[in-house]
Design a binder for this molecule. Structure first.
Ligand code: OGA
Ligand code: MN
Length: 292
């Protein structure tokens, strides 16, 4: 096999990792270089992979404890998916694909707004790994944002305004911004359900500070009047979601993309509902969120 080679995208984040076949055991030495590249580039892409669920789980588990798949929509019957039995608890299916008219995975074909995965929980996942089995020729690109850069480039005023502040991360909406089953629309953001996290978080491995936002709807900064909180959130979201902090993944089958959910936000473009997009996904259990 060829040498391991890390090729940064040249954008604000992300790098390609060449010369590693993830269907084979990864040596400690190669893993250490991958982990180091992940720390530097935040998002890694491994192209041309041929992985079954067991291989995806084995590689994912190098980064920490595998997380259980999130509770899926009631309409989703996991038995319909193509995940092998022993992986069902650990490998989620993200798909627009339907079998006999029923979805075989989550998240369909619609746009996903900028978000951090499951930050409405006290311990949001450390990482997500998304492996493409089938992708449309066009559409369904996934964008990533460098939240270290977003933090570092805030104006001194905005930095001061969010210093030491905590924010509520709304658990009532999904990554499409839609209300989840069993939740009411939030009328007063001071009563939004979800987890409370520092707006600036310290990355436990790199020691760098990152802006920590979950989703815009339902967010509220503690200690501020609602209008003040809305204005400050609008300002930091407008700053953080600039194209200069982003990189977009155009999927090819065989791509495995992993992101550091502690310092990266992501979104997805919608794509035509007639197109097939099928991905398998693992998630790594996170740690306590440290205030930066
Ligand atoms: C996810 C997610 C994006 C995509 O799996 O957490 O946001 O491109 N997916 O499907
Ligand atoms: Mn997501």
């Amino acid at each position: 096999m060829s040498e391991l080679w890390i090729q940064p995208t040249g954008a604000a984040l992300a790098a390609d990792v060449h010369g590693v076949d993830l269907s084979q055991p990864v040596s400690d030495e190669v893993f250490a270089r991958i982990a180091d590249a992940w720390g530097k580039h935040l998002v890694l892409r491994f192209s041309g992979q041929k992985l079954d669920d067991r291989m995806l789980m084995t590689f994912s588990a190098r980064f920490g404890e595998l997380d259980r798949v999130p509770v899926a929509a009631a309409s989703l019957d996991r038995a319909d998916s193509d995940v092998i039995d022993e992986a069902r608890e650990w490998v989620a299916v993200i798909a627009s694909v339907k079998k006999d008219g029923k979805a075989v995975g989550s998240l369909g074909n619609y746009e996903l707004v900028w978000h951090t995965d499951m930050s409405y929980n006290a311990l949001p996942p450390r990482a997500s790994l998304l492996y493409a089995l089938e992708v449309p020729a066009d559409g369904g690109n996934t964008g990533f944002l460098n939240m270290y850069a977003a933090y570092e480039t805030l104006s001194p005023e905005l930095k001061r305004a969010i210093e030491g502040k905590t924010c509520i991360h709304d658990s009532s909406r999904n990554s499409a911004g839609e209300l989840r089953k069993g939740f009411q629309r939030t009328i007063d953001v001071r009563h939004t359900p979800g987890a409370v996290h520092p707006l600036v978080r310290l990355h436990p491995v790199t020691g760098r500070k990152a802006l920590f936002l979950g989703r815009r709807p339902g967010a509220y900064i503690h200690g501020l009047e609602v209008e003040e909180s809305e204005a400050l959130l609008d300002a930091i979201w407008a700053h953080a979601t600039q194209e200069k902090f982003a990189w977009y993944q155009k999927w090819r089958a065989g791509d495995l993309v992993m992101w550091d959910n502690r310092c990266v936000m992501h979104r997805r473009d919608a794509f035509d509902e007639s197109l097939r997009r099928l991905m398998h996904r693992t998630q790594i259990v996170g740690e306590n969120v440290l205030a930066g």
